[in-house]
Design a protein around this ligand. Sequence first.
Ligand code: FAD
Length: 344
Amino acid sequence: MPTHPLRDLTIIGGGPTGLFAQFYAGMRGASAQIVDALPELGGQLTALYPEKYIFDVAGYPKVLAKDLVKALTEQASQFHQDTGLPAHLGKRIVGLEEEDGHFVLETETDRFPTKAVVIAAGIGAFSPRRLPQAFAGEWYGRGVHALVSNPDAFRDRDVLIIGGGDSAFDWCAQLRERAKSVTLIHRSDRFRAHAATVQEVHAAAAVGDGRVNVFTFHELDAIHGGEHITGVTLKDVKTKATRAMPCDVILPMLGYVSDLGTLLDWGLNIEKDEILVTTQMETGRPGIYAAGDITTYPGKLKLIAAGFSEAAIAVNQAVHHIYPEKKVAPGHSSNLAIFGQKDD
Ligand SMILES: Cc1cc2nc3c(=O)[nH]c(=O)nc-3n(C[C@H](O)[C@H](O)[C@H](O)COP(=O)(O)OP(=O)(O)OC[C@H]3O[C@@H](n4cnc5c(N)ncnc54)[C@H](O)[C@@H]3O)c2cc1C
């Protein structure tokens, strides 16, 4: 199992909180790395709502979730111009050891020695819920997409979206201008999505030109094709009637399964599957700090803005913990030599 070089800080999670923590570590001159279970940075913003606007991030009247991730990545990368952002993606932390006076975080394949840890693991390591039909398994990667990272890849394609929640309707609304056709199927006629988006999709379907279709009480009955999907058969769950239609892309929007895994067994202060932190973002185990959605304390807000503040507190505390001679207070970035300013 490869062992990576010892770092000052390892940040579990590359969502907005983890990305800002990575920036802050760089600003404080600490060596840091992100480890994330997902294949891309951005946490919930990338996995759940990349194309949605966010309106309550300070300084942005509105910003697309994917653009906020891009800006956070750029901000964090400025200290790593030559090597690129030290982020280990597609690696889920499953273990924590102590060795030679420091921690070692472990994934299934790698070991990450680190002097301190910032847990920015959000709602846990999450993976998209897979299609329940056994026949669907072999079509993943051949037309079934667990995640949508590049909606432009579906331009001029026949897209089938399965689900009745926000993601299903959001993607239906987002893709309807780009795709050749978008069909949304759901096993019932009750939707858990924002009413305005449901209305928008139904209005588009009512045009009747076949570019947007909504079939309630329908499920996926079969997938057809060779190398790649070329069609599907849908079944009406009430009448059992089937219909075949051309299809290149299937997007199962069935929610996510999230799992905090072994984090809960690390001797941290846990309250209802969240990490109870102090005002210094301490977790109950010296050297391990937490920030973002995974934390709880009286008055906690599960918002990006709160995660940014907690990341700054956690990293400054961690830096002081590792190097007691370094102050907790970082000073004003507008005065820091690291940004080429006059250091006072
Ligand atoms: C549809 C939707 C809309 C939203 N809109 C807004 C909004 O308008 N404004 C707002 O402020 N907030 C909004 N939020 C909430 C916001 O997205 C969260 O508050 C934010 O993502 C929390 O950031 P985080 O970095 O703490 O956690 P996350 O974004 O959840 O990131 C955590 C990361 O940790 C990784 N991870 C977890 N466990 C492990 C492990 N064991 N090993 C490795 N990696 C691990 C995960 O893979 C994930 O990438 C919205 C959320 C949703 C779902």
